[in-house]
Design a protein around this ligand. Sequence first.
Ligand SMILES: Cc1cc2nc3c(=O)[nH]c(=O)nc-3n(C[C@H](O)[C@H](O)[C@H](O)COP(=O)(O)O)c2cc1C
Length: 392
Amino acid sequence: MAGLMQVIYHSAARGEVHDADLARLLAKAREHNARLGVTGILLYSEGTFFQVLEGEADVLDGLMSVIAKDPRHTDIVTIIREPVARRSFADWTMGYAPLAPDDVGSIVGMSDFFGSNASFARLGSGRAKKLLAAFREGRWRSRIAGKVEPPPARVPAAAPPDFTFAFQPIIDAEAGAIVSYEALIRGARNEPAAQVLQRVGPAERHGFDEGCRSAAVDLAARLGLPCDLNLNFLPLSVETSQTSIASTLDTAQRCGIAPSRIVLEILESEIINDHDGFARAVNEHRGAGLRTAIDDFGAGYAGLNLLAEFLPDMIKLDMSLIRDVERKGPRQAIIRGVRQTCQDLGIDIIAEGVETPAEYAWLRGEGITLFQGRLFAHPAFEQLPPASFPSR
Ligand SMILES: Cc1cc2nc3c(=O)[nH]c(=O)nc-3n(C[C@H](O)[C@H](O)[C@H](O)COP(=O)(O)O)c2cc1C
């Protein structure tokens, strides 16, 4: 994770942009980027540039300050500047994708970039891909700024007390498959989480938190985890801003679980308590290839503007928004707004705490596909339970 960063921004072209201008710009950029070890892609549509750049942090910052002064565009809006574990565009010093064949004429490049069997499909499921898809669909004509900070120093983990885990599946209703299991802390005799956490003093919290995550990875692996794994930060452990993940990663490696299969859930209320600590945590994890989720989104009264500063890979809609949603107008309006925003930002939504077929039907009707709740499966003590997939 030595300093590889990804920057995504959009900007407004100054004046008309012709094929020949773009061809010149790209030729120079490719030659320059090849020397700098920078990769990425440039999109242009209707007066807006949208660019993904990847490279070593200091090199990228230098290049961005050159690009920012380029008189051919203005109003540069950074969507993301964050550490990444690997490049999405390793083959391209600067790919180019006209959004439609006639959009900017016949420039040589990847006019079929978004086509069914083209390069776009190879991008995996990362955020860059989702943002590119959002741009293609005509988003990003308005402005949202992102802000991130460098990762913190690591601290060693402490020995955890007596506990174990229950697991509850997260399902993809469209695919009819379990995509992940969330590890939920329990006492050794299946005591509820609150009872276990009560025994952990404030000074032990951080070490306990890290010990928990490693133990959850270890148990899930022993149970034959076939999919992703969602792990939680304990309340108040993000706030300490000592968010070491070293032992979680070590355990994952030992158990043969790739970092990209691990999703770290952070409570919305924790983020509100400690913006900077959360930003550091998110970046440290992202740099190691882990994904992040905001847990209980909608319960902490932070609202959507939280996403103007922190972009997780996914959010979990709090069950207070889900409960009886088919009968509650305001909840419906909020969920529709959150969904649109998340789509623009390349963030997946999980509806958690779904209990009734009516809640499920309404959410499915709104296009939500990822679910967790008793309707599908209860948490199972030291087991990876199957899920039932209701018909709509
Ligand atoms: C939208 C946009 C994207 C650009 N992307 C790159 C790029 O990826 N790499 C690059 O070297 N220059 C890029 N440029 C051009 C730089 O701003 C600058 O003109 C160029 O690096 C200067 O090169 P020179 O000093 O060799 O003439 C871009 C310009 C614009 C308007």
